[in-house]
Design a protein around this ligand. Structure first.
Ligand SMILES: Nc1ncnc2c1ncn2[C@@H]1O[C@H](COP(=O)(O)OP(=O)(O)OP(=O)(O)O)[C@@H](O)[C@H]1O
Ligand SMILES: [Mg+2]
Length: 377
C-alpha cells in the first residue's frame, strides 16, 4: 500500500503530531487549574490552535470541561453567539446535555407569522441578543453548579471581536469576571496590534487581565528529530537535506512542516532525500505558495515593502544607503516598521527585527529583489 505523506501543514495538528510545546502546555494547564487567564500570542501559523487542542486533552484528563470557540471572521453579536453555541456543542455528552438545555432557554422567542413565516416575536431584538450572549458566556456557571467541575474556555482568534462592536469586550469581561472557580480562560490571537489593543490599552476592559504566553520558533533539534522519525516511519530517509530545510524554515513551525511535506513527496519510496529532491521540493513549495505570497506582498504599502526587503536581506533599515535606495526618511522607515510589526509580518528577536515568514522573506529576495543580489552591502 502506498504510504501517506506524514506531514500536515494546512490544519491544526493533533497532540501526537505536535513538536515540543510541552512546557507551554504544562504552564497553561497549571494556570488554568489555578483560575488564571492566559493570553496566547503568537504569529500566524505558529501552532496556536494545535496547542489549544492539546491543552483541551490535558484539561479533560485533569477533570475540567473544555470548550473551544473560534471567533475567526465574526462580524456581529449574533455570529458571536452562534460561535459560542458551536463551542459548547463539542463538549462531552453529559455536560453537553446540560449546556444544550440552557441554550434552548436562551434562543430568541419565535412565533409563526400570518403567512406561516417565522418572525421574531420580540421587538427589542438587540436586547434579546445581548441577553442570549450573556447567558452563553455564563454557561460555565451552570456547568459548575451541576457538575462541580471547572470549565476551561479557549477563545481562539479573540482579536476578531474587535470587528463586532466597541462594547463587546466590555460585555465579555463583565460576565467572565464573575466566574471564579467555575471557569478559566485562554485568549489566543495572531494579530499583535489588535491583541495589544485589547489587552494593553488602559481604557480597554481586558487591560492587564491575562498572563501573556508567547510561542517561540521551534528548536532545530526538535525539528530534526520529528522530521527524521516521520521519514523513517514511512520508509524514507531525510539525510543531509534536513540542513537546507532547517536553514530556510528558521524555526517557523508551519513552514518547516510544509517544506518537509514537499521534500517527502519528492523523495523516492525506500530512498534517501538528495540535493535534487530538495531543489524540486523548493520549486513545488514556491509554485504552490506563489499566489498567497504575492497577495501578502501586494497588500503592503510601498514603504512597508521597502523596510521588509531591507530586513529580509539583513540591511540596517536606518542606514544611509538603505534610506537612499528606497527614498525613505528615518521617520518613514520607523512608521513602516511599526505597521509591519502590528500586523505580524515582522517580529523582534533580541535587538533585531526579523521577518516572521521565512518563505515570504526568501521569495522577496529571490523574485522581487534583483534575483538575490544585495545592493546594500
Ligand atoms: N509545534 C508544532 N509541531 C508541528 N507542527 C506544527 C507545530 N505548530 C504548528 N505546526 C504546523 O503549523 C500548521 C498550523 O498550525 P495551527 O493551525 O495550529 O496554527 P495557528 O497558529 O493556529 O495558525 P493560524 O494563525 O492560521 O490560526 C500545522 O498544520 C502544522 O503543520
Ligand atoms: Mg489557528
Amino acid at each position: 500500500m502506498p504510504q501517506l505523506n506524514p506531514f500536515v501543514f494546512n490544519r491544526p495538528v493533533s497532540a501526537d503530531g505536535l513538536i515540543d510545546r510541552d512546557e507551554e502546555t504544562e504552564q497553561m494547564l497549571h494556570l488554568a487549574e489555578g483560575g488564571h487567564a492566559v493570553r496566547l500570542s503568537a504569529p500566524r501559523r505558529y501552532g496556536k490552535t494545535s496547542l489549544l487542542r492539546r491543552l483541551g486533552e490535558e484539561a479533560d484528563k485533569a477533570g475540567m470541561h473544555y470548550v473551544e470557540v473560534d471567533f475567526y471572521g465574526v462580524l456581529s453579536r449574533v455570529e458571536v453567539a452562534g460561535r459560542l453555541e458551536e463551542g459548547y456543542a463539542k463538549l462531552r455528552p453529559a455536560p453537553q446535555r446540560i449546556a444544550r438545555a440552557v441554550i434552548q432557554t436562551l434562543r430568541p422567542a419565535l412565533s409563526v407569522g400570518a403567512a406561516g413565516v417565522r418572525v421574531e416575536a420580540h421587538p427589542q431584538l438587540e436586547e434579546q441578543v445581548g441577553r442570549r450572549l450573556s447567558g452563553l458566556l455564563d454557561l460555565p456557571l451552570q456547568l459548575y453548579e451541576r457538575t462541580g467541575k471547572r470549565t476551561l474556555v479557549a477563545f481562539d482568534e479573540f482579536q476578531a471581536l474587535l470587528s463586532v462592536d466597541d462594547g463587546i469586550d466590555g460585555l465579555f469581561r463583565s460576565r467572565i469576571q464573575r466566574h471564579g472557580d467555575a471557569a478559566s480562560y485562554v485568549f489566543a490571537g495572531s494579530h499583535p496590534g489588535l491583541m495589544a489593543h485589547l489587552f494593553g490599552a488602559h481604557e480597554r476592559p481586558f487591560f492587564g487581565q491575562a498572563r501573556s504566553l508567547p510561542l517561540a520558533p521551534l528548536a532545530d533539534g526538535d525539528i530534526v528529530e520529528h522530521v527524521g522519525e516521520r521519514f523513517a516511519a514511512t520508509g524514507r530517509e531525510v539525510g543531509r537535506t534536513i540542513e537546507p530545510l532547517l536553514d530556510l524554515a528558521a524555526g517557523h513551525p508551519q513552514r518547516a512542516m510544509l517544506l518537509a511535506h514537499h521534500l517527502w513527496e519528492r523523495t523516492p519510496d525506500r530512498g534517501v532525500a538528495e540535493a535534487d529532491h530538495w531543489q524540486a521540493a523548493l520549486r513545488d513549495t514556491f509554485s504552490e505558495q506563489d499566489d498567497a505570497l504575492r497577495a501578502t506582498w501586494d497588500s503592503l504599502e510601498v514603504k512597508e515593502r521597502a523596510v521588509y526587503t531591507a530586513l529580509a536581506v539583513g540591511a540596517p533599515i536606518f542606514g544611509v544607503r538603505t534610506l537612499e535606495r528606497f527614498n525613505l526618511s528615518k521617520g518613514g522607515a520607523q512608521h513602516a516598521r511599526k505597521a509591519l510589526a502590528q500586523v505580524g509580518h515582522i517580529q523582534r528577536s533580541g535587538d533585531v527585527w526579523l521577518p516572521v515568514d521565512p518563505l515570504l522573506a526568501r521569495w522577496v529576495i529571490d523574485f522581487q529583489h534583483n534575483g538575490g543580489e544585495d545592493p546594500f552591502r
